[in-house]
Design a protein around this ligand. Structure first.
Ligand SMILES: Nc1ncnc2c1ncn2[C@@H]1O[C@H](COP(=O)(O)OP(=O)(O)OP(=O)(O)O)[C@@H](O)[C@H]1O
Ligand SMILES: [Mg+2]
Length: 135
């Protein structure tokens, strides 16, 4: 059962990457977001991988989100994007507004990250990305 759901999500992520600037894999904790993204990167969508669960990576992104993003070779898979804070999301938004080619960023994050009810103080990628939910 889980296998069928994942395969379907895998293809929808690939389809989204072909026509959308930012694709977010969302889902509950431990559902397999990182595993699916890494599999996609390995097989069909070569990308730089960074993981904001790693402290050194997180600290450098939090200290200078714009610089960190500018230094990132694209396309890029950013795991645990919510840990980069609102400023990272705003920088990603600004970056894809400047350059709207599809498939620039593959993100994974907690389900909350894509909520449309973020409010003004919490930027949400919901309006400027595709999301695939892992159940
Ligand atoms: N398709 C799969 N088949 C079997 N095990 C899997 C599969 N996908 C993920 N797992 C296992 O489930 C666990 C969680 O996977 P993963 O880290 O990819 O999930 P996540 O959604 O990114 O988790 P987190 O909420 O901690 O960020 C890992 O131990 C991983 O090996
Ligand atoms: Mg994860």
């Amino acid at each position: 059962m889980a296998e069928i759901i994942e395969r379907r999500a895998r293809q929808s992520v690939l389809n989204a990457l072909s026509d959308t600037r930012v694709v977010v894999i969302v889902g509950a904790r431990q559902v397999g977001k990182r595993t699916l993204a890494l599999e996609i990167v390995k097989s069909d969508f070569p990308a730089t991988v960074i993981n904001l669960d790693e402290r050194a990576v997180r600290e450098s992104v939090l200290a200078d989100p714009a610089g960190a993003l500018a230094d990132l070779e694209e396309p890029a898979f950013i795991d645990e994007v919510q840990r980069g804070g609102n400023d990272l999301l705003l920088e990603i938004k600004a970056s894809v507004d400047r350059d709207n080619r599809p498939g620039r960023f593959l993100l994974t994050g907690s389900a909350r990250i894509c909520s449309r009810h973020g409010g003004p103080s919490r930027p949400s990628p919901a309006g400027w990305s595709s999301s695939a939910s892992l159940l």
